[in-house]
Ligand binder design. Structure first.
Ligand SMILES: Cc1cc2nc3c(=O)[nH]c(=O)nc-3n(C[C@H](O)[C@H](O)[C@H](O)COP(=O)(O)OP(=O)(O)OC[C@H]3O[C@@H](n4cnc5c(N)ncnc54)[C@H](O)[C@@H]3O)c2cc1C
Length: 382
């Protein structure tokens, strides 16, 4: 099926091909082995960096590919069609850590970090979530206290993609009283900073080759030059970063859904029962029809959000709608794909059980579906 794509341009076609080749050559041969052992294949991100996939949105003057959100969403889709874990890691690196420094860093910070992040010499992490504050991120306990000309960080961030292997992390910490407005600030923390260490690595249902760990700050001293933007702006900055990040999770969802859908089409044409291919049973064909329609709808919502983002317009509503729709579609499509494969779909010999496990992250990370509905309802009621 040709999914409608009203924003195709030469760059989109080119970079999609690069991402597809990268995934086929460096990811596909190892994906089940990495999944089983929870191996985080850090070396392949260097290759992705050489290909321009780790700084898709970073302007060329800082060593990036200087592309827009259509190119970016297609990079994530192509990689995630093969492996959601690698798609998630590429997305977190590009839009969270790198995106935060690109959008809110001063010139000195941009020159220092963006070229290294865009080439994957540095891998990026981004820490907002804490053990007791996920959806309610504004209630964070991790604190940064001013101390002379620097800051002392104390607390724990959890569920952080590349929390151990990240060379540099953007960390949002509380700098004001709890439950007051403008009470947090973002900082760039380098991995070797004394007092900064990684904690527990999560043993996950899916996305097992994407590293997820705690980040622990124990009297971690950082200079004021590492502060991103003004004191008190951290939460507002984080919400803006998540608006863009949600496009990438929508793209991650689309990739997983398309991967599961394409595998299902092929299998339904080949697998015979009662003397004919199972695709000829209406019960199976209608599943494929639902998949195709839902993927198309999610793609259009994601493209609309990407279009607004490219034009610099507010897209809080549209990115939440795209993320909500695409992530729920990914779970539904992956679930139906396992059903189409029957018993074989329940084994690791076929790709759909991994899509099924990986898809669930999409309705949780960067704001759960319930939180997306909260954002959407606030916007439509305002
Ligand atoms: C693989 C993975 C990678 C991640 N990577 C990162 C990362 O790099 N950086 C980072 O900062 N975080 C990251 N996260 C954290 C992620 O963003 C949070 O898990 C997510 O925001 C949900 O928070 P929580 O897990 O604490 O769930 P909770 O907030 O405890 O939610 C539990 C349930 O309650 C519901 N709920 C909560 N509040 C409401 C409400 N007001 N109305 C209705 N329902 C509600 C939720 O929807 C959910 O169903 C990652 C998570 C995972 C699983």
């Amino acid at each position: 099926m040709n999914f409608m794509d009203f924003k195709t341009n030469e760059n989109v076609t080119l970079v999609s091909g690069v991402a597809r080749d990268f995934a086929e050559q460096y990811v596909r041969p190892h994906l089940m082995e990495w999944d089983e052992s929870q191996h985080f294949p850090i070396e392949i991100f260097k290759k992705a960096g050489e290909l321009g996939l780790m700084g898709v949105l970073v302007p060329e003057q800082y060593g990036g590919s200087g592309m827009g959100y259509f190119e970016y969403m297609n990079v994530i889709i192509e990689i995630s069609k093969v492996c959601g874990s690698i798609g998630l890691s590429v997305a977190a690196h590009n839009s969270l850590c790198t995106g935060h420094i690109m959008n809110f860093g001063n010139e000195e910070q941009k020159q220092k970090y963006l070229p290294k992040l865009a080439t994957a010499e540095y891998l990026g992490a981004w820490g907002l979530t804490e053990p007791n504050t996920g959806s309610d991120a504004g209630n964070m306990k991790c604190v940064a206290v001013k101390d002379g000309d620097g800051w002392i960080l104390n607390g724990t961030k959890c569920w952080i993609t590349h929390g151990k292997s990240g060379d540099v992390a953007v960390v949002i910490a509380r700098t004001g009283e709890p439950r007051t407005s403008r009470n947090s600030t973002a900082f760039i923390v380098e991995r070797n900073t004394p007092g900064f260490s990684a904690g527990k690595k999560e043993n996950k249902l899916g996305m097992r080759a994407s590293e997820t760990t705690e980040m622990i700050f124990d009297n971690c001293r950082i200079s004021d030059a590492q502060r991103l933007g003004e004191v008190g702006d951290g939460f507002v900055q984080a919400m803006k970063i998540l608006d863009g990040g949600r496009i990438s999770i929508a793209a991650l969802s689309l990739g997983i859904a398309k991967g599961a859908y394409e595998a299902s089409i092929q299998y339904a044409k080949e697998r015979e029962q009662f003397g004919k291919p199972i695709a000829q049973f209406q019960g199976i064909a209608f599943k494929l029809a639902d998949m195709a329609t839902q993927i198309e709808a999610a793609q259009l919502l994601t493209e609309r959000a990407a279009d607004l983002k490219n034009r610099g317009e507010n897209m809080t509503l549209e990115s939440a709608e795209a993320k909500y729709m695409a992530s729920e579609v990914a779970v539904k499509v992956a679930t139906d794909a396992v059903q189409i494969f029957g018993g074989y779909g329940y084994t690791k010999d076929f790709p759909v059980e991994k899509f099924y496990r990986d898809s669930k992250l999409c309705t949780i990370g960067e704001g759960t579906s319930e939180i997306q509905k909260l954002v959407i309802s606030r916007e439509v009621l305002s």
